[in-house]
Ligand binder design. Structure first.
Ligand SMILES: [Zn+2]
Length: 328
C-alpha cells in the first residue's frame, strides 16, 4: 500500500523566508488555541479564581460564558473558567472598540458574530449600507454622496466610509487579554503588571505611542483565510535569554488578518527597559500562488495607543474586482 504524505511546503518570498528563519531561531511555540465544535474551557473550575482581577467566587460571579477570543471574530466555543463576569464585561467593551475599528470590513469578511449573523454595516454620514443577502453582499448608497468611486482603468472600487466610535488603546488590550489567557499557570505571575494594565484606564495616557503596544501583522486579500480565529503564543528560547527580545509574542489569525503583538510588561523583561529592543517579525506563511490570484498582501504596523475616543474617523477601503485588496 502506498503511503500518502501531505505536502505542506509553501512558497514564500525572500523577505518572509528570512523572517521565518529569524523568528523561529529565537522563538518556539508554547500554546496554540482555536475554536472547537463543542464548548472547551481553559483553566480549572475549582478553585475558581479570576486570572485578571485575582478575585475568587466569593467575591465575584462567574456566570457568563467567557470567550477567550472575541465572538465577533467567529469564536463560538473556546471559553475559559478564569475570567469573572466583571472582567468579562470590561473586556467586552474593549472588543466593541476592536469591532468598530474594523468597521465595514467585518461585513465584507462575512464572519458571523454573536447573533450568528454577518453584521450589517450602516454609516449615517455617507448613507452607505452593506449587508449579506441570499444572493451575496449588497451595497447601497445615497445618491449625490461621493462615497464610492469606480476606477475603470485600474479596475478598482474605492469606498469612503466612517468607522463607528472606538478607543484605540482598547485594541492592544484585547490582544493582551488573549495572550494572558494562553499563558501556562506557571508564567502568570511574571505578567502581573500586564494584567493590571488591562484592568485600568487612568494611566492609559502614559502609554500614548508606546512601542510595546504596537501591532504588526498582515492583511491578505481575497476571501477570509481564517473564518474561525486561532492564536499562537511564542516564547523566547531559553538559550536566547541574553537577546534583547521580549519573552513572549502573540499571533492572532482572524479573517484576512495576522495580528502580531508583544506580550508586554513581563517582570522577566525588565532588563529590556531603556535599551534598544528587537522585535522579530512573524512571517507571512501564505503561498505565493495565492497572492498571484488575489493581489499582494499588505504589512500592518499599527499605533493604536491613544486613549482618546475616535469619533467619525474616515475609513477608506479599496477593492479590485477580484476581491478586497486594501484595508485598515
Ligand atoms: Zn476578574
Amino acid at each position: 500500500m502506498e503511503n500518502k504524505t501531505e505536502n505542506l511546503s509553501i512558497v514564500v518570498d525572500e523577505s518572509n523566508a528570512e523572517k521565518t528563519r529569524h523568528f523561529l531561531d529565537i522563538y518556539e511555540m508554547e500554546t496554540i488555541i482555536g475554536d472547537s465544535d463543542n464548548k472547551f474551557y481553559l483553566g480549572t473550575k475549582e478553585p475558581r479564581i479570576c486570572r485578571f482581577c485575582k478575585k475568587n467566587e466569593k467575591e465575584v460571579t462567574f456566570k457568563m460564558d467567557a470567550h477567550v477570543m472575541p465572538q465577533f471574530m467567529g469564536n463560538r466555543n473556546l471559553l475559559s473558567y478564569f475570567e469573572c463576569d466583571e472582567c468579562n464585561s470590561l473586556f467586552s467593551n474593549y472588543e466593541d472598540s476592536f469591532a468598530n475599528f474594523l468597521g465595514i470590513t467585518r461585513t465584507f469578511a462575512q464572519i458571523k458574530g454573536q447573533s450568528r449573523k454577518v453584521p450589517k454595516f450602516k454609516d449615517p454620514r455617507t448613507g452607505i449600507e452593506v449587508y449579506l443577502s441570499d444572493t451575496g453582499i449588497q451595497l447601497t448608497t445615497v445618491e449625490g454622496k461621493d462615497s464610492i468611486k469606480i476606477d475603470e482603468e485600474g479596475k478598482s472600487l474605492e469606498i469612503t466610509t466612517t468607522r463607528p466610535t472606538y478607543i484605540p488603546i482598547h485594541i492592544p488590550k484585547v490582544l493582551i487579554k488573549i495572550g494572558l489567557s494562553m499563558l501556562p499557570d506557571s508564567a502568570v505571575e511574571d505578567y502581573d503588571l500586564t494584567r493590571k494594565f488591562i484592568l485600568q484606564s487612568d494611566k492609559d495616557i502614559n502609554f500614548n505611542n508606546s512601542n510595546m503596544l504596537r501591532i504588526f501583522g498582515y492583511f491578505i486579500p481575497g476571501p477570509p483565510k481564517f473564518p474561525t480565529p486561532f492564536a499562537q503564543l511564542y516564547r523566547k528560547k531559553t538559550e536566547k535569554a541574553e537577546l534583547l527580545c521580549p519573552s513572549r509574542q502573540l499571533i492572532l489569525f482572524y479573517a484576512n488578518y495576522y495580528f502580531q503583538m508583544v506580550l508586554p510588561f513581563a517582570d522577566s523583561d525588565k532588563n529590556l527597559q531603556g535599551k534598544q529592543i528587537n522585535v522579530p517579525l512573524f512571517p507571512l506563511l501564505v503561498d505565493k500562488s495565492y497572492m498571484d490570484k488575489y493581489g499582494d498582501y499588505r504589512r500592518l504596523n499599527l499605533n493604536l495607543t491613544s486613549n482618546q475616543k475616535k469619533k467619525g474617523e474616515e475609513h477608506k477601503i479599496t477593492f479590485s474586482f477580484e476581491g478586497l485588496t486594501q484595508t485598515l
